[in-house]
Structures are given as structure tokens and as C-alpha cells.
Design a protein around this ligand. Structure first.
Ligand SMILES: C[S@@+](CC[C@H](N)C(=O)[O-])C[C@H]1O[C@@H](n2cnc3c(N)ncnc32)[C@H](O)[C@@H]1O
Length: 287
């Protein structure tokens, strides 16, 4: 993809997530009581703002085995929820670096980290995950929650993961994958989220990880969104808070668009059901 086009796509993602900060409720991680969630205890222990501003699709640490003293990088750290949980696992001898490109998210994450009392262990660096502001071969774990699928250059992200990991270092991330969809449905998704419309299917995703040189690439688990789950996620994304005419009078473009898309939700969900999944992927950098 051309550099200009990549920058445009990243800008649209930044705007999308800045706008989400003004919405109530996160994306999907804690909606479904499955192993993909965080568990009530972990959620209760976090600053409420870190939970309310979380837009991940699963808990990447649920099956991880972070050890005290580990250095961890979180790709697309958002409001800092996973950074805080990771910092508690690695303790005072460890280090957690969140990387995000969206200014408002970074400010929020820094406040949440301080509130959670893990600021001596954790920091947020501004940057893009396609060019990580992290030293080569310095990291034990790379984690991420629902971010690589938004990148215009997923191949480059995984080569950066390879570069920053120490030999023997590990990656565990959760992300969204999408099986082939009709063109019209991709176009509808692109109206609301151009980056999400470019999500890979499962096989291409795993092949992209493998092509980076990472080894033991494993699909640890998969949560396929059925019609009911998908409907609830799509309605969350549309986030309709006011009537159509109110939105028009307020010149609220996002709300007007959500109203216009609403009649398409049922057919879109029927086509999309069982074709969109949250996956957990594990890989290692060879010794
Ligand atoms: C889906 S949210 C996930 C946030 C966080 N991981 C969580 O679970 O709440 C996406 C976050 O990734 C960031 N992001 C998306 N693409 C990025 C990129 N190419 N480089 C850096 N940050 C990115 C966005 O700014 C946003 O904060």
C-alpha cells in the first residue's frame, strides 16, 4: 500500500478511536462471559476509566505466562488496560511499554497508569506499530488486543515484532479476522471503519505472522461471532444516542451516518454471522 494511503488509513483509525472516547462502553472484550473476557475480579481492580475506554476484542493475557522481571510491549495500548494488567504481572523488576499513535488515548493511558500506581513500571510511547519506538532484541513478550487488524501494513508490524523480541521472546495477541465477505458488505463496513474493512482472513493472518520469521505460530483459540453477538457488537459500533433529526440539527455526521446505516444492520449481520472471529495467536522468535 502507498505510504500516503497508509497514513490516511492510520489517520482515520486515530479519529475513530478519539471519537470512541466520547462514547459510553467499550467494544466487546467484557460483553461475553467466555475465556475471551477479563473476568470480573480483574475488571474491578482497574481504574474505571481504563475499562470504560477499552476497545479490545479479547484478553491477550488470559493464556499468557508473563513472569516477574519480564519486559513487555503492548501494541496499540489504548487507554492502558492491558498495560496495567501486564505491569502487575511483571512487578517492580519488569518493564511494560505501551505504544499508541492517538494523542487523546495516550493522555488517558498515562493518567490511568498513574491512578493504578504502576507508573514506576509502565510507560506509553507515542508511535506507530509499523515502526516501533523500541530497541531491537530487548523484549520478552509482545502483547496486543485488537490492533494489528487495523494496520495498513500487517506484514511490517510482524517484522517489527520479530525485531524487538529477544531470541526466545514470545508474542500473544488477540485480534479480529474476517472470512471473505461480499463486496457490498466490505463497503458498508468501510463507511464506518475503513481499516476494519481491510481485516485479513484467518489463514492469511497466520501466514503473515509466519512470513515474519516468527516460529511455532499457533492459533490458540477462536471465538466466532454468531448472529446475536454480531448484532450486539454492530449496534454498539453504531452507538445511536439521539434521534435522526436531532443529529441533523446538531450537524453530528457520525450519528447521521449511524442512522443511515441502521436499516442495513439486519442483512449485514445475517451475511456476516459466523464469518467474523476474535482469535488469539501465539508465536516465538527462534533462539
Ligand atoms: C481497538 S483499540 C485497542 C486498544 C487497547 N488495546 C484495548 O484493548 O483497549 C485500538 C488502539 O490502537 C491504536 N492503533 C491503531 N492502529 C495503530 C497503529 N498503526 N499504530 C499505533 N497505534 C495504533 C489506536 O490509536 C487505539 O488506541
Amino acid at each position: 500500500m502507498e505510504q500516503v494511503e497508509s497514513n490516511k488509513l492510520r489517520d482515520s483509525v486515530s479519529k475513530e478511536y478519539e471519537a470512541k472516547l466520547h462514547q459510553q462502553g467499550g467494544f466487546c472484550a467484557h460483553q461475553f462471559e467466555t475465556e475471551f473476557g477479563y473476568g470480573e475480579e480483574a475488571l474491578q481492580s482497574l481504574p474505571s476509566d481504563a475499562v470504560d475506554s477499552s476497545f479490545g476484542c479479547a484478553n491477550p493475557l488470559a493464556m499468557g505466562a508473563l513472569n516477574p522481571g519480564d519486559t513487555v510491549v503492548d501494541l496499540g495500548s489504548g487507554a492502558g488496560m492491558d498495560v496495567i494488567l501486564a505491569a502487575r504481572k511483571v512487578g517492580m523488576q519488569g518493564r511494560v511499554i505501551g505504544v499508541d499513535m492517538t494523542g487523546a488515548m495516550i493522555e488517558k493511558a498515562r493518567r490511568n497508569i498513574a491512578e493504578a500506581g504502576v507508573d514506576p513500571i509502565a510507560e506509553i510511547r507515542k508511535g506507530v506499530i509499523e515502526s516501533l519506538p523500541v530497541e531491537s532484541s530487548s523484549v520478552d513478550w509482545v502483547i496486543s488486543n485488537c490492533v494489528v487488524s487495523l494496520s495498513p501494513d500487517k506484514k511490517q508490524v510482524f517484522s517489527e515484532v520479530f525485531r524487538v523480541l529477544k531470541p526466545g521472546g514470545k508474542m500473544l495477541l488477540s485480534d479480529l479476522v474476517v472470512e471473505p465477505l461480499p463486496v457490498w458488505l466490505r463497503a458498508v463496513i468501510a463507511l464506518k471503519s475503513p481499516a476494519s474493512a481491510k481485516a485479513l482472513d484467518r489463514e492469511r493472518y497466520l501466514a503473515t505472522v509466519t512470513a515474519s520469521g516468527l516460529a511455532n505460530v499457533t492459533l490458540r483459540s477462536e471465538l466466532v461471532y454468531d448472529e446475536t453477538m454480531l448484532h450486539s457488537l454492530v449496534m454498539d459500533e453504531l452507538n445511536i444516542r439521539e434521534g435522526f433529526w436531532r443529529a441533523v440539527l446538531d450537524l453530528n455526521g457520525a450519528q447521521v451516518l449511524s442512522h443511515l446505516l441502521k436499516p442495513l444492520v439486519r442483512p449485514a449481520v445475517r451475511y456476516g454471522a459466523n464469518k467474523i472471529s476474535s482469535i488469539k495467536v501465539y508465536a516465538e522468535k527462534p533462539l
